[in-house]
Design a protein around this ligand. Structure first.
Ligand code: PHE
Length: 339
């Protein structure tokens, strides 16, 4: 019986050592330690033994059971640990690998300055008005006191869709749309794209942007225009910025002026940026012509107003010291990333 017990232990240990799965391990547990297992079968024969042999064999049988159990449990722990390690290895991610770079865009310089200008005007109680880029001759020219044969039309040649429908050359057309639909007091700015049949060079483009301003109310004077523009320029270019108003002519304003700011480069002394002038031309403005008011159904004896139109590109190139306006449209990332 001793031999049989030793044999069982040896066999069990060798079978267990080559076992790699929990299911197989369970089967071996039943085979050796179960109620109908090999060890139990032997213990059942203990009755045949003599009184001296019985405790010896009993002890040995217990030791064999304990040994097999221990081997089984160790094996079970080893298989579980192995499975865990395998799972971790399979599911692990290499956090040292470089990730995919997310490139976050930034606003275009035209948008940055436009937003700033909008903020400044909203702070002064202006609303933002929108108008069509494709408009009719009446709103772009005629209602602005530019009848068909007016010579000032020559400087604003544009792209015609039909004889009457065209791409707007100036945001001043929005003045007419607003005054047709709204009674004074009016206080709006209107940023947007405008078109002119111009050849592309460092300071010209067939598409560019203007921001129109319009105020109509009782008692609006030229000094209101001056104060508003001074506030805008000082906020944009700093408190040292000086404004220069020069007489000019626009058919839709009377009197009219052009407005320059002191050169941001030299502060007014004269340099290559301002071409020795000390000032840089930024916008056109004036008091809304009574004919324009009347044409939109506003009584010019009761109401007066001022209007201005500034070129956004010029504001941006002046702001960031950009020498060629074409850079704003080429979408070269090396340029755009700088803002
Ligand atoms: N629309 C004019 C231009 O494009 C600018 C302007 C606007 C002048 C409003 C006076 C008043 O040149």
């Amino acid at each position: 019986m001793k031999e049989q017990l030793k044999k069982i232990e040896e066999l069990a240990v060798s079978e267990l050592s080559s076992c790699t799965e929990i299911k197989a391990l369970d089967e071996l547990r039943i085979k050796y330690l179960g109620k109908k297992g090999e060890l139990t079968a032997i213990l059942k024969q203990m009755g045949k033994l003599s009184a001296e042999e019985r405790p010896v064999i009993g002890q040995l049988a217990n030791k064999v059971r304990a040994d097999i159990e221990e081997t089984l449990n160790n094996k079970l722990a080893a298989i579980k640990a192995n499975a865990q390690a395998e799972k971790i290895a399979k599911e692990s991610i290499d956090i040292t690998l470089p990730g995919k770079k997310q490139t976050i865009g930034n606003l275009h310089p035209l948008t940055i300055v436009e937003n700033e200008i909008k903020d400044i005007f909203m702070g002064m109680g202006f609303n933002i008005a929108d108008g069509p880029e494709i408009d009719d001759d009446y709103h772009v020219f005629e209602a602005l006191n530019l009848p068909p044969d007016h010579p000032a039309r020559d400087t604003q040649d544009t792209f015609y869709i039909s004889d009457n429908i065209l791409l707007r050359t100036q945001t001043s057309s929005v003045q007419v749309h607003v005054m047709e639909n709204q009674k004074p007091p009016i206080r709006i700015i209107s940023p947007g794209r405008v078109y002119r049949s111009d050849a592309v060079d460092a300071t010209h483009s067939p598409i560019f942007h203007q921001i129109e301003g319009l105020v109509v109310d009782k008692g609006i004077k030229m000094s209101d225009l001056k104060g508003t523009l001074e506030m805008l320029m000082k906020k944009l270019y700093g408190n040292d910025c000086k404004l220069r108003f020069r007489p000019h002519h626009f058919p839709f304003t009377e009197p009219s002026c052009e407005v320059d700011i002191s050169c941001y480069m030299c502060g007014g002394k004269g340099c290559s940026v301002c071409k020795g002038e000390g000032f840089i031309e930024l916008l056109g403005a004036g008091m809304v012509h009574p004919k324009v008011l009347e044409g939109c159904g506003i009584d010019s004896n009761v109401y007066s107003g001022f209007a201005f139109g500034l070129g956004l590109e010029r504001m941006v190139t002046a702001r960031y010291d950009i020498s060629d306006m074409r850079l704003l449209y080429e979408n070269d990332m090396r340029f755009l990333k700088q803002f």
